[in-house]
Design a protein around this ligand. Structure first.
Ligand code: HEC
Length: 111
């Protein structure tokens, strides 16, 4: 009984530690992104987009994307990623089709 209790406590502490360790961005953490655990967000977005759109999609030199799904559908986001725009580079030759559609699907879910 005593043993399993401290085991549980240890697990809880470890889990907390993992979460705290991952959330390195103190700003705008109260925004709940859809599907935050996805590879599209954790890898593709962080590596290619966060520099301009912010770690939590809060926006920097690029616009805020936290509710972009209300404005653009998957096709619209795919187009933006592939072709870029004024001030945004095209990713059509940097990411492959699979990566672009994975990323676009995730971005368009943010409403
Ligand atoms: C060099 C900075 C930069 C990078 C890197 C960048 N963007 Fe952008 N992005 C912008 C700017 C500036 C705009 C606004 C101008 C425009 O619409 O093209 C924009 C616009 C957008 C829009 C349309 C926003 C709207 O309200 O219509 C989407 C969607 C978008 N970016 C997604 C992405 C994704 C996904 C990535 C990563 C693959 C990315 N961006 C990388 C700068 C950037």
């Amino acid at each position: 009984m005593k043993f399993s209790r401290s085991l549980l406590l240890g697990l809880a502490l470890m889990t907390t530690g993992i979460f705290v360790g991952c959330s390195s961005a103190p700003k705008d953490t109260n925004v709940t992104l859809v599907d935050q655990e996805s590879n599209a967000y954790k890898t593709l977005y962080q590596q290619n987009c966060a520099g301009c759109h912010g770690q939590n999609l809060e926006g920097r030199s690029g616009p805020n994307l936290q509710h972009i799904g209300k404005k653009l559908d998957v096709a619209g986001v795919t187009k933006q990623i592939t072709n870029g725009g004024p001030g945004m580079p095209a990713f059509g030759d940097k990411l492959d089709q699979g990566q672009i559609s994975e990323l676009a699907a995730w971005i368009a879910k943010q409403k």
